[in-house]
Ligand binder design. Structure first.
Ligand code: FES
Length: 457
């Protein structure tokens, strides 16, 4: 029997009752200093990779244009489409997490461009992906489950050309442009962002309509072959990689080792896919940028199932599994070996609960240092973001229950390790979605070379 994969049906309530919504997930142990090294962001390297992708896209586009009317138009447009409607996906993803560039505006610029190429409404999909990371493959909670059980095999192959998904996405975009917001969207997009969803949909619809008008005026399909249609005929490349992430794996578990794949891929695939083949590691530590995922894999591999040696080997598992799940939706892959061990690694400083607390010597906390402080039943974050810049804040992110001491300190901003929300440590103001609520700060001062905090009640 088909389960209800909508976000507003009975499965949603069931997931909440079973403690599967916004739950704590398995995380392997990882030294916090090493994690901080891996979370480092680079503008230069990401700019080079992004420019190379854009140069390949433009080059393929020029070749495709020149080959119009000849047989060569078929392969050249196939490559152009794959770079447009396929390889835009990992760029959309990495820049959406805010981990590609150090610069926030550079991340946003590429995110909006890639969103348009993929027909994804930027704010809607940002929140959808936040939920996907909170509740990965939890039925009734995750809006990005691509293979419901039993899988609808008749739709999988056509969707390699966006035959079903593309029109559905366009239909929803047009509805949003007219201000009609569906129930699933309301379930994961906060009410104060719905206006932004409407305006983004209007802009995307206007851009796509202009391209259609351009084609009609010139009575030529060429403008649409370059803008709009590549989102359909190029999406096969997105599916080719994307299908390997979770297809056929377990539902309703709180361990990414059971519902996500890590696959070894060749360097060309890894460039086109931005290392998302290390997908288990990405889900466990989404603050680690794509270029550090191979190094993260080296740190974690003794805690993970054996990686798939190639893309082909992953497909050799996926296809028979989906066929079996068509007959028996409860079928699960049984031979995944999950190593033992794993805790959440944090450095914890315990002190007596008092309004004024000695948090240690100044010399024990270097610039860039982060410390978790537990006082009685409350938990806090202590950071040194500059020589004389100390901050003591509530420890848990205001968006979820994740401890910010596992996050990434970037200047005077702290980034949450779960969904990459950001806060300004000097004011507590949220700087990046999904964090939208201010982080409470507490007074911290230096007295006789000691860090002393005063906790607000
Ligand atoms: S828990 Fe979501 S941004 Fe922190």
């Amino acid at each position: 029997m088909q389960r209800d994969y909508s976000l507003t049906g009975p499965e949603s309530q069931r997931a909440i009752e079973r403690g599967l919504a916004d739950a704590d997930w398995y995380r392997p142990p990882l030294d916090s200093d090493r994690l901080r090294q891996l979370m480092d962001r680079r503008n230069g390297r990401t700019a080079a990779h992004t420019l190379l992708w854009l140069a390949l896209l433009v080059g393929a586009g020029v070749l495709a244009y020149r080959s119009l009317g000849s047989f060569w138009a078929v392969p050249t447009f196939a490559v152009y489409g794959a770079l447009y409607g396929g390889s835009a996906d990992p760029r959309w993803h990495e820049n959406g997490h805010g981990t590609a560039f150090r610069s926030r505006s550079a991340n946003d610029a590429v995110y909006y461009l890639a969103s348009f190429m993929l027909l994804r409404e930027p704010t809607l999909w940002r929140w959808s992906h936040v939920r996907h990371h909170s509740d990965t493959i939890i039925v009734g909670r995750d809006p990005e489950i691509v293979f419901p059980r039993p899988p609808r095999l008749r739709t999988i192959l056509p969707n390699y050309l966006h035959i079903f998904n593309g029109p559905a996405m366009l239909k929803r975009m047009v509805a949003h442009a007219f201000g009609r917001i569906d129930g699933d969207t309301r379930d994961f997009v906060p009410a104060d962002d719905l206006r932004r969803v409407v305006w983004e949909a209007r802009i995307f619809v206007a851009l796509l309509s202009s391209t259609v008008a351009w084609s009609l005026v010139t009575w030529s399909i060429v403008p649409l072959l370059f803008i709009g249609l590549p989102s359909f005929y190029g999406v096969w490349w997105l599916w080719f990689f994307g299908m390997t992430q979770h297809a056929g794996l377990r539902e309703d578990v709180l361990d990414h080792r059971l519902n996500t794949r890590t696959i070894y891929m060749n360097p060309v695939f890894r460039f086109l896919y931005l290392n998302m083949n290390y997908h288990t590691e990405h889900h466990m530590f989404p603050s680690v940028p794509y270029h550090a995922l191979p190094a993260l894999h080296d740190e974690l591999k003794s805690f993970l199932p054996e990686p798939y040696p190639s893309t082909w080997s992953a497909y050799r598992e996926i296809i028979p599994t989906l066929l079996k799940q068509r007959r028996d939706p409860t079928y699960d892959i049984a031979d995944r070996v999950i190593p033992d061990g794993g805790t959440i690694a944090t450095s914890i400083c315990v002190a007596d609960h008092d309004s004024s607390v000695d948090l240690g010597a100044v010399s024990d906390l270097d610039v860039g240092g982060i410390r978790r402080v537990d006082l009685g039943d409350r938990t806090f974050l202590l950071c040194r973001y500059a020589d004389d810049g100390f901050a003591l804040t509530d420890g848990l992110c205001t968006h979820g229950r994740t401890h910010l001491a596992d996050g990434f300190l970037d200047g005077c901003e702290i980034e949450c390790p779960k969904h990459n929300g950001r806060f300004d440590l000097r004011t507590g103001e949220p700087l990046r979605r999904p964090a939208t609520v201010r982080l409470t700060r507490h007074r911290v001062e230096i007295i006789n070379c000691r860090i002393v905090g005063t906790i607000e009640p």
